[in-house]
Write a protein that binds this ligand. Sequence first.
Ligand SMILES: [Zn+2]
Length: 367
Amino acid sequence: MTMLLTVLFCLSATAQVKFDDYFSDKTICLDYYNSGDSANCVASFEGLRTYKGWIGRRLNLDSCPSTSDMKIVITDNATGRTIYQDSYSTLRCEWQLTNNLTWSGIYQESVRIPLPTHPSTITLIRTYKSGRHETCLQISFNPKRYKFAQRKYPKKQYPVENLLRASKSGVNSIDIVFLPEGYKADEMDKFLAVARKMAEGLFEYEPYARYKDFFNFKAVLAPSPESGIDIPSEGIERNTLMDFTYDTFDSERYIGTRNHWAISELASNTTWSHAIVLVNNEKYGGGGIYNFYSVFPGGNPYILELFVHEFGHAFANLPDEYAEPDNPIGQKEESDRDCIMKALDMRFFCDECKGKVEKVIRMNIGQ
Ligand SMILES: [Zn+2]
């Protein structure tokens, strides 16, 4: 029995990719353009931005906490081994489901990975619900010869305020950064007050409450030239940092942007694993895309409930549990469970959602 256990232990030890064998403690932000039609995804490489520190997973590197529309895979060229993978979705992936309700356009998207120390291949794969997989970008990465693709990052530096610090040290934390959109320089206190309320409010919900010690919350104090954001259906246009707008895909309350680079750019003023954008508006709305961004109207009275709901999409890939059959990207059927993913006045998660959130937290903190 002892021998068998030893053998099994050795097998599982070999199976685990060790972070230090393949990566250095730096982050690459890979910027690309995403375009194509409703059936295809065409990604064009723009550049790599590197910065100090890797805030993501250091264990379970070759498996994803949850699976969504896009996958990024790093393989080691010498061995062909998958040394890292992660999954996320994007606003353009959602557009592909809208049956061309609105024009496609070109989307600026970023994805962050740890910096490989050996020649590697980085592949972006679009996975469709039908099971079809499409390789939309493949880059051969040589850590000694990538300077040509490097961009200065961030271009402009802003002050960063710590809102809540993880009290557990020596472990992987989950770093959440708030970004202001449409708040002018003299409105930063207004932005910070809402961000603080949200950071504390998340821990009124399980399973976040149990893991509060592992979360950092910060805010980048980046003022926009104008106050408020675009609301095309009301003829309102504002000059803001990340180009967020209401009426995304002709849905009045859907706030979105095709400029994901601007989010990565602002967030990289600090280490971050998730970006939360507050738009300076009271009008009801928001959005949350898995491992990409989440966005909320800072002045809305339901901000806390909206946050917990939309961050459920962005952090743990939770689906909506209410039915919206006429919306091409909405759920077709309502769940039979009570949950904040079904209605904002249900101020708790169902057991299924709790399990998914906890899985993502534990994989990220290495438990
Ligand atoms: Zn639920």
